[in-house]
Design a protein. Sequence first.
Length: 292
Amino acid sequence: MNSCYDEYTGFQPMLSSSMEIHLYRNKDLGPQEEHFHDFYEMFFLVEGKVTFLIDEKEYAMNREDVLLLPPGIFHREIPGTGYYERVLLRLNPWYLNRLSTRKTNLASCFVFSEERGYLLKAEPLERDRIRSVLYVILRETKGSDFGKDILIESELKRLLILLNRCRSLNIPAEKADSQEGGKNLQEILRYINQHYTENITLDQLCEKFYISKFYLSRSFERLTGQSIYQYILEKRMIMARQLLLFGERPTEIYTLCGFTNYSNFYRAFKKYYGMSPSCFLKNITSMEQMTW
C-alpha cells in the first residue's frame, strides 16, 4: 500500500463533493488540534496507538478499531509514540443520502455512534472484511481502470452495510462477553438490529435463543440500559426520523418502521420526539426554506 500514502499536514477540509479516502503514515506525530467538520468521517486504525478526546471523554483505539464521527462533533486526536498508520474515509451527507434507500439508511451507524459511543470494536472476521473493502476503495481511487466510479460506489455501500451490521449497539464484545451468557446476548442484539422492523416479542426471542424471560430481560437491560421494547422503539424512531428527513410522507412510512397501523406510529413518534410526524416534517421544511 506504499503508493497509496497521502501527505498529512494536519486537519484539512474536505475538497470532494461526494467522498474522500486517505491513507496516512507518520512517526511520533504528537497531539493534533481539536476540530469538527460538516461531513461524516470513518477512522480505521491500521497500526500504532491513538486516543481520541470527544465530548470530554477518552476513546483509546487499538489496531483495526473503527471510530465513526458524525458532522459537528468536536474531537482531538492524540497519537502514541512510534509509527501511526490510519485510513480516513470522508462522506458528504448528501452523498450518503443518495447511496441510501427508503428502507436502508446507510447513515444509521453514525446516528447510533452519536447516541451510544463513537468507538466500534468489531469481531476479527468483521475487521478483516472492513480492512479489505477499505483497501479496495483506496486502490481504485488512485487508479484509472475502467468502471472505477461504479466499483468505488458499490464497495462504499458494502462497507457501510458491514458497519451497520456489526455495530451491535456500540457495545464492545468484551463487555457483553464478560456477562454470563454474553455470547447469546450478542447474537440477540444482532438479530434485533436486523429485524427490528418486524414483529419481535420477548416470547419469540426466548424461544429462538433458548433463554428464560427473566434472564433475558434482566441481562439486556443491564447491558444496554434499556428494555428490549425501548431499544426496538428507539431503532424504529430513528429510522422514521431519517425517512422524514428524506422527504417521505408520515402516512407512507409507518409500515417500513415496523408499525401495523398509523395511530400507533403517531402516538409513539409524538411521545418520543415531543411533536407529531407532520409537525416534524413542517419544521424540516421551514429550516430548508430559511437555508435557501
